[in-house]
Write a protein that binds this ligand. Structure first.
Ligand SMILES: [Zn+2]
Length: 84
């Protein structure tokens, strides 16, 4: 278990190449590449909201995980907004 933790720490950090370690040269091709971008903890969705009232047509764009009830209400006329 202790070893597992050590490997995880090493993998997440950028470490300089060990030149003295012969194995690192051999392992080079099979080295697992961890892409940090793939594991984003917070995934945001783009919401385009347009007021359903034809006279208002207030538009707003939100970047959120999910919409709340408050987000769906037009700040101008308090009407319900549609998600595009
Ligand atoms: Zn409105």
């Amino acid at each position: 278990m202790g070893l597992d933790k050590w490997i995880k720490t090493e993998g997440s950090e950028k470490k300089p190449e060990k030149k003295e370690d012969g194995r690192s040269t051999r392992k080079h091709k099979t080295q697992p590449i961890e892409k940090k971008g793939e594991k984003e903890p917070i995934k945001l969705t783009k919401f385009v909201l347009i007021c359903s009232k034809p006279k208002c047509k207030y538009k707003k764009v939100l970047m959120k995980k999910e919409l709340s009830e408050k987000d769906r209400i037009c700040p101008r006329c308090k009407n319900e907004m549609k998600v595009q």
